[in-house]
Design a protein around this ligand. Structure first.
Ligand code: GAL
Length: 386
């Protein structure tokens, strides 16, 4: 063997082989786009993002993702609401706990161990205040309090100051409830067996609205939506999760004006996520099966005050009937792009809540309606190129 043959065999070939492999692997890594639904999503510290049931706020060139900080063992709030920031929706910086539960004060409404779910933050331009609404349950009371909580801050990353929590619209009738339904015979309706057609008819008429009239309407799964005219709405599962309510918020977004409607009565909708496209409102919701997934629903309307119409499940593909093991939480428009919306959902892990995964997908449109299709990975830059 000549010296040059020896050199080629012993050094050049292995070096070339090694370089080629590295190149191939790095190309593969680039092909895997930055959003990978269902996988561990590390933050800037390499820790899986802990912001479940979340919401998104775009403010001064950055996205802020707010969500439930969950522990390994409990779904209750042991810390509070956590926030992350990002410029590209791929890389997230942990901004820490922005609304903290109250330690060592068992009588406090927001005491450690209460339930804080589905926090949503909106920015009020008039007051320069960040307003956080969330589903709040009192400690040791399961989901029976069914309240909405309010917290505010002058800074997007907090700290948020807890104001109070309550059941919305006490003593006020929904705009779209008829006089006849308001005078439903409650004694007779109370005797009906649950889930019979007669009982469902009583629920449709407003049995629970009447029952809760004095103390305020139940408010569990929720979102907040700010319309093009800056008016904000609180949308929540009410009436024992049987009927959604849409309630108008005051100009400073910090209270309910008293104007509200019921939608899809007795439809059993949870997890509302809403967006507006070409003057039309679309809402994706889930059925009510707790942490277990079910088939999503799609509702649409041309006015926020309805009428709302139900369309088929927006999910397509093999696991459409269980929403690819997820439940909707929020939909937000991509900054600077027209008609580009990101759908956010949770894949719950009730046995280890902090391990819950995030199912984010770009909304596609077919015949004017939103469609969701599974993708193993995608990136906002490419998904909405057109
Ligand atoms: C789900 C709801 C979650 C949580 C859970 C508790 O239906 O969407 O936010 O409240 O029930 O079982």
């Amino acid at each position: 063997m000549t010296t040059s043959e020896f050199f080629t065999r012993r050094f050049l070939r292995p070096v070339l082989f090694f370089s080629f492999t590295v190149l191939l692997l790095s190309c593969r890594a680039k092909d895997r786009d930055c959003i990978r639904p269902g996988e561990i999503w590390p933050d800037n510290n390499g820790v899986h993002i802990n912001a479940h049931g979340g919401g998104m706020l775009y403010y001064r060139g950055q996205y802020y993702w707010f969500g439930e900080d969950k522990s390994e063992r409990s779904n209750a709030a042991l810390k509070g609401v956590r926030c992350y920031s990002s410029k590209d929706l791929c890389h997230w910086k942990d901004e820490g706990i922005v609304l903290a539960v109250v330690e060592d004060e068992p009588a406090h409404e927001l005491t450690k161990g209460c339930i804080i779910e589905r926090p949503k933050v909106v920015y009020n331009k008039k007051t320069g205040t960040f307003v956080m609404w969330f589903h709040h349950e009192l400690r040791w009371r399961g989901y029976s309090a069914a309240r909405v909580g309010l917290a505010v801050s002058d800074k997007v990353t907090g700290p948020y100051r807890f104001i109070h929590s309550y059941r919305p619209n006490p003593g006020i009738w929904p705009e779209n409830m008829s006089e006849e339904d308001k005078s439903l015979d409650m004694e007779e309706a109370s005797r009906l067996e649950s889930w019979t057609p007669e009982w469902l008819e009583a629920v449709r008429k407003g049995f629970f609205v009447i029952r809760d009239f004095e103390g305020g309407q139940m408010s569990r799964d929720m979102t907040v939506f700010v319309d093009d005219d800056s008016k904000a709405y609180h949308i929540y599962s009410s009436e024992e999760n049987l009927t959604l309510h849409i309630a108008e918020l005051s100009d400073d977004y910090q209270s309910h004006t008293g104007k509200y409607i019921r939608i899809i009565p007795a439809g059993h909708n949870e997890a509302p996520a809403i967006f507006k496209k070409d003057g039309r409102y679309f809402m994706i919701t889930s059925g009510c099966t707790g942490w277990r997934p079910n088939a999503a629903r799609l509702l649409t309307a041309t006015s926020i005050w309805g009428p709302w119409e139900q369309k088929p499940n927006p999910w397509q593909g093999e696991q459409a009937d269980i929403s690819f093991d997820s439940q909707s939480t929020f939909i937000f428009p991509l900054a600077g792009k027209k008609d580009a919306f990101v759908f956010m959902a949770d894949r719950w892990r009730p046995r280890n809540p902090s391990d819950g995964r995030y199912i984010w997908l770009p909304l596609e449109f077919e015949d004017g309606l939103p469609v969701l299709r599974w993708r193993d990975s995608w990136s906002p830059a490419k998904a909405f190129k057109k």
